[in-house]
Design a protein around this ligand. Structure first.
Ligand code: ADP
Ligand code: ADP
Length: 237
């Protein structure tokens, strides 16, 4: 599904974000990337939807080298790959529904959504997505009136509405307290299982990684230093 072949990324200031990364993520896997701040987790994840562009190697998504993509193929990639951020990235002054349906409409829906006129099937899909993360009662609340955990559930609903094949989550629980973090991780895992969406999550904490991951990739200084099932992780790694 996703194949890194000797992928390196050097930022313009000379910092090495990724160094000779080789790994292969299978369809439907739930992979957690762990490592200290600055290890390259974010760079790894952001390469997969080309928020950043590796400077050498090949990065295949469904057998196509996405490093050659531009224009139309980039838009297709961004539709296929949904993204969840640490700080939710919701439009704060908009309603939950407007935020979630934006996952579906892209540019063509802007005009309609100004008047809150949504195509029936898009509305239904968005509402269904909100129900899956148990936040449908907030459908017409303003995004900035919700708690952090609620906002992250809305951002999961937005990604679901996009119907992606891959979900990338960049430190999705780093701003949340432990119980709320577990709740968000449980929803991500449940969606991964039910919809078979390949999911890659960056986490700071190894204990949480071991609880949810099928497989853990450990990074240090841009390199993959561990890659295996959660059960093989020991204190030394
Ligand atoms: P992590 O997500 O594990 O904290 P990052 O992928 O954000 O790590 O960063 C990896 C390395 O690349 C760090 O040394 C970081 O400072 C550097 N880095 C990240 N983004 C940029 C950028 N836009 N320009 C220069 N260096 C960057
Ligand atoms: P993270 O939580 O992944 O470590 P940071 O807070 O380090 O993220 O980075 C926030 C933003 O700043 C990101 O967009 C990242 O690409 C960028 N960034 C990180 N390190 C650097 C750097 N050394 N130089 C320039 N930009 C950076």
């Amino acid at each position: 599904m996703i194949e890194f072949k000797d992928v390196s990324l050097v930022y313009p200031n000379g910092t090495q974000g990724l160094k000779n990364v080789n790994t292969n993520i299978k369809e439907g896997e739930f992979v957690v990337i762990v490592g200290l701040s600055g290890a390259g987790k974010s760079t790894f994840i952001r390469s997969i939807n080309r928020l950043v562009t590796p400077t050498s190697g090949q990065l295949l998504v469904e057998d196509e080298n996405i490093l050659a993509y531009k224009g139309k193929s980039m838009r297709k990639l961004r539709t296929k790959v949904g993204m969840i951020f640490q700080n939710y990235n919701l439009v704060k002054r908009s309603t939950v529904m407007k935020n979630v349906i934006s996952g579906r409409l892209g540019h063509t829906g802007t005009f309609k959504s100004i008047f809150n006129l949504y195509p029936k099937e898009d509305f239904a899909l968005a509402y269904e997505s909100l129900k899956r993360v148990n936040i449908e009662e907030k459908v017409y609340s303003r995004a900035d009136q919700l708690s952090g955990g609620q906002q992250q559930r809305v951002s999961i609903a937005r990604v679901l509405t996009q119907q992606p094949k891959i979900i990338l989550a960049d430190e999705p629980v780093a701003s949340l307290d432990p119980p709320t973090s577990h709740q968000v991780m449980k929803y991500l895992k449940q969606i991964n299982r039910e919809d078979k969406i390949t999911t890659i999550v960056n986490l700071h904490f190894i204990d949480m990684a071991m609880e949810y991951a099928d497989r853990i990739i450990g990074m240090r200084a841009g390199e993959v230093v561990f890659d295996g099932p959660a059960s093989e992780v020991t204190e030394q790694t």
